[in-house]
Design a protein around this ligand. Structure first.
Ligand code: MG
Length: 315
């Protein structure tokens, strides 16, 4: 049930954080030409999403797919009301973000030491120490900061993660000054019961409006988890990717990020106010698919265009 909220946040519009240009493309094998990235981000800007994670300022040798993020940020059309964020790993990345006039950065850690060692070559503690100077610098410049907390339910190396461990990392992120926390269900096998156990624990200590859920759909549980988080806990921000772009690094051929269009449809069908046009998202998903060379991983992209839109219901 709603464990933290003193008012029913489900009446608020849902914020969709579109992660395909960053989290999606960095897991694809191909390099999408800069001009096409810019076109797609511009198209996503007109779908109603609240935020677009438009690039990453990690080392270009580590993530060559996003080596052009500086150029992308300086060229995209910035629509009022849409936030354009970038992943920043360190102070060098922050400098690049600043030069590209980025107003919101995202930093990455996890509940699992094995996962952070594998991904960012640091323990969770070391990653948080690294965050400190970056967050201070970002705040000095008036930037917003998002903290990714991955492996919030399952870790591919350590298995099931204890909710209290996730809570501990979340509190450290909040102490460091992040504005919001994105809980990542990285493996994509959590059930609604797992999401309840997680949210029952962490939502005692955070306003639901500062939480986002980032689910993957590897085992087909993502939509059920989104509906649980919204319907039972009043979570109103979800990270997702047009066409489920991004694949899945742990299960080749399986879906990774949950597809934005399916999330929007399911939430609207459940009575949520979601100011996103799912048909326009499907258009973007098809455009991405021609660039990365595989079909979108979503239900809605397989439905005839005339039957895609779900009329919003009242709560
Ligand atoms: Mg993801």
């Amino acid at each position: 049930m709603l464990s933290f909220a003193t008012h029913d946040t489900r009446r608020l519009p849902v914020r969709i954080i579109e992660v395909s240009p960053r989290d999606g493309l960095q897991h694809e094998a191909v390099f999408v030409p800069t001009a096409r990235k810019i076109d797609l981000i511009n198209a996503l800007s007109h779908t109603g999403v609240a935020e677009i994670e438009a690039g990453s300022f990690v080392s270009p040798t580590a993530i060559p797919q996003l080596a052009d993020s500086d150029e992308v940020f300086l060229a995209i059309e910035r629509i009022p009301g849409v936030t354009y964020s970038a992943l920043v790993p360190n102070e060098r990345g922050l400098e690049r973000a600043r030069a590209a006039a980025v107003r919101k950065i995202a930093m990455f850690t996890a509940a699992s030491n094995s996962f952070t060692r594998h991904n960012i070559k640091a323990t969770v503690h070391e990653s948080l120490v690294r965050f400190k100077a970056v967050i201070q610098g970002a705040k000095r410049d008036g930037m917003l900061v998002r903290g990714y907390l991955s492996t919030a339910v399952w870790c591919p190396y350590e298995g099931r993660m204890a909710p209290l461990l996730v809570l501990d990392v979340m509190l450290r992120l909040l102490d460091l000054g992040v504005d919001e926390v994105s809980l990542g269900e990285t493996v994509g096998r959590a059930s609604p019961a797992d999401i309840r156990a997680l949210l029952d624990t962490v939502m005692t200590r955070i306003d639901p409006l500062r939480l986002s859920l980032h689910v993957h759909d590897t085992y087909g549980m993502a939509i059920a988890n989104v509906l649980t988080a919204w319907g039972d806990y009043g979570i109103t921000a979800f990270d997702c990717s047009a066409g489920g772009l991004g694949g899945c690094p742990y299960a080749p051929g399986a879906s990774g990020n949950v597809a934005t269009e399916d999330v929007v449809f399911a939430l609207k069908a459940s009575g949520a106010s979601v100011p996103v046009d799912e048909a326009l998202i499907v258009d973007c998903a098809h455009q991405f698919s021609t660039l990365v060379g595989h079909a979108p991983h979503s239900r809605l992209s397989q439905i005839p265009p005339a039957r895609i839109r779900q009329p919003a219901l009242k709560v």
